[in-house]
Ligand binder design. Sequence first.
Ligand code: NAG
Length: 308
Amino acid sequence: MRRAHRLPLLLAFLSAVVWGGALSEFRICAYNVQNFNSKKAANFKVVHTLTRIISRCDIILLQEVTDSDGSAIKKLLSSLNRYSGRYESYHYSSVSSSRMGKSPDDMQKYVFIYRTETVKVTDQYQYPDQKHFVRAPLAVHFHSDTTGIQDFVLVGLHADKDNAVKEMDHLYDVFEKVLTKWNNENVMFLGDFHAGCAHMTQLDKKNIRLFTNTSFSWLIGDKTDTTVTDKTSCAYDRIVVYGRSFLKAITPFSAAVFNYAQQFKLTRTGVLMVSDHFPVEVRLKGSAPLIQATPLLLLIITALHSFL
Ligand SMILES: *[C@@H]1O[C@H](CO)[C@@H](O)[C@H](O)[C@H]1NC(C)=O
């Protein structure tokens, strides 16, 4: 009689372990925050919404940060750290590129914001080629103990809308550079590539090595709409990974647009105050060694059970 009670309890414990592992998934996000500067950061509602969006992510790449003195990002970070302090035990830090652009009144930088408890920045690399890019990509090498894949590289790009196809194609050269620099082929590209509507047609794909070379997987599909207004439906924002091993470390079908208008029940106007884009995201599987050990554990328990 007593034995019969023990097994369900053990199973409940094991499923809790597995469930816990699933919960510890690692979220990577990319968001074009449309002209994010100190004026925008002075708007309490905007900062509050951004804080809610970012606090879901282990790493987020912000693009179109036009903040000239760093005060807008500083404000956002302090809001995030206050917010996380209230709800969870996470803290956020950031790495930024320099300001780049075609004209002095449109200088933008890339900012990666990340949770210090789950991930570390081990190195960063600003791609030097300003000839092929209006805003040359920023590559960051990360290490995390909580992900199945522990060392990986994220390459951020906000492509110029008039030159998107060429810039996307040149990401292949960035890939080769990054690969030799860090000897790590776990590379992910993310950001607003302007990879849709008039800026990239189906025909353009044959001129983009990230498409023609099948070792690259485009996780956000062409039919996705990453824009906010109903007037446009364009898959501008993308996530692309290189190789089998990175692909295997990703939770299947987790790449998606985060429609926070629905999630946070915001009006279109409330959303457009923040940006004309929605964020995109993907999840990495957790390291959770207990998940892998579960079948063995079950075997041992069953064996013990028959002995008792
Ligand atoms: C795709 O790119 C990888 C990495 O640079 C390379 O090793 C491979 O040969 C390429 N494949 C094709 C079909 O060009």
